[in-house]
Ligand binder design. Sequence first.
Ligand code: PLP
Length: 371
Amino acid sequence: MKRYVLLNPGPVNIKEKVRRSLLAPDMCHREPEFGRLMTGCAKKLLRAFGIAGAYEAVFFTGSGTAALEAAVVSSVPRGKKMLVVNNGIYAGRIAEIARRHGIGLINLASDVKKTPDIDAAEEKIRKNKDISVIAMVHHETSTGILNPVYGIGKLCRKYKKLYLLDSISALGGEELDPGKAGVGLCVGTANKCIEGIPGISFVLVKKTALPGLKKIAPRSLYFDIPSNLEGQKKGEPLFTPAVQAFYALDVALDELLKEGVNNRVKRYKNLAVFLRKGFEAAGFEYLIAPKYLSNTITALRLPKGMTYTRLHDALKAEGFIIYAGQSKLKKVIFRIANMGQITAGDARRFLASLKSVLRKPGPHKGKRAAG
Ligand SMILES: Cc1ncc(COP(=O)(O)O)c(C=O)c1O
């Protein structure tokens, strides 16, 4: 099968070593070998982010949303509320999970093209004494905005609130010291900047937050953090895990440890800088101000007359998978992610293909799409 350069925000292009790990012999998850594999992955994950000792890693078999749902349902005591600092679609997802579980919610929605207003969040906290958890998305993948992780962390410290951070598209791709930021629950996934395969997500739980979580009667059988952690620590997962995805995660974490999180962050950042120079030279306009941009997503306005489908299909024919805008931005933007094993050569070839697609005759010449 043809190799596509995946410019979507996960699943990402992975190393050959990670892919080959999937061919390991079949394994029963009730045998000690699997317990060792899973606890080994937890240790490597914590070590990679420099948080061994202060945090636990709890795995869930499922995509990023699985771990996110686990963090939401396991963190808010009954009668208390979650404040969602919401500047995009993925923050909206956190709020929706809370709603569906009947969890008290204060949804502080703000402009999706800007970072959230920390003062507005503080005012909500002051006025609503029943808020116990503050949730935010680290990197709003729908727009590419990098949110003020440390600023909201400061608020959580000041008002003694539990901090839930959806770092699904940031962990490994953006600088983060969870301890320094005061994050209580940090949600991540295997198949984005960690460079594993889809099937496993996780929550990094601050050990000091655990006694509080244990006091909450579980709202979910599958997604309860304390009971999953207990099983995992004994090497006895509660449910059938994605065994092969753990093989891949184990190798991906070895590679992450070898590269170092800081170097990976730099690698992604350099790639984004290179791509953005090319986008600017080709006349593209950003959706959001460059000062807000993350290291891994660039949302660009579609040139006038160019539909996403036409652009996507032409680039796919050249071996590149780009990503559409979501919801209201569907007809306005396209997104380019630079997570995973994308080389400088891939990026150069992509920019050349993009330019040649734009040069082809079509109704797209002229101004950008409005929105
Ligand atoms: C910030 C963020 N949160 C949550 C999710 C949901 O993850 P998944 O699609 O793996 O369930 C994504 C996926 O891109 C994301 O970027």
